[in-house]
Design a binder for this molecule. Structure first.
Ligand code: SF4
Length: 346
């Protein structure tokens, strides 16, 4: 008989499972805590479960995590993990240390490949394989904590492979487990969903009441140029996306983060900075600027530091908060837009 993987099950699902085997609900909480909080992935190590129960569980179930197929460390400390899933699809997670703040961020994937095809993104160039399951999403922080312990990261961002709002249900269920006091116990405000602009998903997120942060990958000050690099704009033009984002800021009384990748000669001029400031006027926000990281086969160019600084200076007095994000892990293709799930990079 094929065993069922328990990684990714919610508290309610564990309760139903325990009910099915004639056990009380508190056993479900014990099992849940062993897996997500204590990171014990073998039933024999779950010392407060009776031996006969452990043996019965072992007959039907197992706890399976993504497997580290390769890992690579950048000279700046950024570490990239290639994780293999049970069906041999691969995804990437990246651990990014920020020396100035002393915080570490874990960037995780929500899909294997991505259907949105942003032209600057190595994941987009791969095409789309499939959505990740809850277990494959939650399995990423579990694998990293298993390796480096409880303090392995401070923040989690959905900025790896895939568009999280196109795998909405699984992402939100994984977030419930991440934030649960018997789960990974990561504060919702330390988790960020970064979207390419799926308006319907942003609206759902607003209505859900979830306290996670929202980031929008903006990258152009108008629909015409954005369509060229982010085809999702055809389905979800900027006006609707920004209206949905504005509503999110109102409901949650929080700032949204706009990510803006600068491409030389495409969106990095003074007029572009003015247009961007006008576009986001009235929306409580922070704008993160990032110089493009060239990818294999991509046709964009990286602007020089002077251009990036000038853009930021034009933008700053007109937009509430502007930061220039230092690209991390460029030498190992772990920087924003460079994740391509290449095997064998060890
Ligand atoms: S940037 Fe994000 S949304 Fe766009 S193709 Fe890459 S992974 Fe998908």
């Amino acid at each position: 008989m094929k065993k069922t993987n328990l990684c990714g099950l919610t508290r309610d699902e564990f309760e139903r499972l325990m009910e099915d085997v004639g056990e009380k609900p508190f056993r479900a909480r014990q099992l849940y805590k062993w897996i997500y909080k204590n990171r014990v992935f073998a039933f024999r190590g779950m010392s407060d479960l009776r031996r006969d129960l452990r043996l019965r569980l072992q007959e039907k179930y197992y706890i399976g995590l993504p497997q580290i197929a390769a890992r690579q460390k950048s000279s700046d400390g950024t570490e990239k993990f290639l994780l293999e899933l049970e069906d041999k699809n691969v995804i990437e997670s990246v651990l990014i240390e920020d020396e100035s703040s002393g915080r570490t961020t874990l960037c995780i994937s929500s899909q294997s490949g991505c259907p949105l095809g942003c032209t600057f993104c190595a994941t987009g160039a791969l095409g789309f394989n499939r959505n990740l399951t809850v277990g494959e999403i939650i399995g990423q922080p579990l694998v990293i904590r298993d390796l480096y312990g409880e303090g392995a990261f401070d923040n989690i961002v959905f900025m790896g492979m895939g568009e999280p709002l196109l795998n909405y249900a699984a992402v939100m269920t994984a977030i419930d487990i991440m934030t649960d006091s018997l789960g990974l116990m990561v504060g919702a405000r330390k988790i960020t969903i970064s979207t390419a602009g799926v308006t319907s998903g942003i609206r759902k997120l607003t209505a859900s009441g979830s306290k996670v942060n929202l980031a929008l990958s903006l990258n152009a000050p108008d629909d015409a140029r954005r369509r060229r690099i982010m085809p999702v704009t055809k389905k979800y033009p900027l006006a609707g996306v920004l209206e949905a984002v504005g509503r999110w800021t109102e409901v949650h009384k929080r700032r949204v983060t706009f990510e803006y990748i600068l491409f030389a000669g495409f969106n990095d001029g003074e007029q572009d900075a003015l247009a961007l400031a006008a576009l986001v006027r009235g929306i409580p926000c922070k704008i993160n600027l990032l110089a493009y990281n060239p990818i294999e086969g991509g046709d964009g160019q990286r602007p020089g530091d002077v251009v990036v600084d000038r853009f930021a200076q034009t933008l700053y007095p007109r937009a509430p908060a502007v930061t220039i994000r230092k690209s991390r892990g460029r030498d190992i293709d772990a920087a924003c837009g460079q994740l391509a799930g290449r095997k064998g990079y060890l």
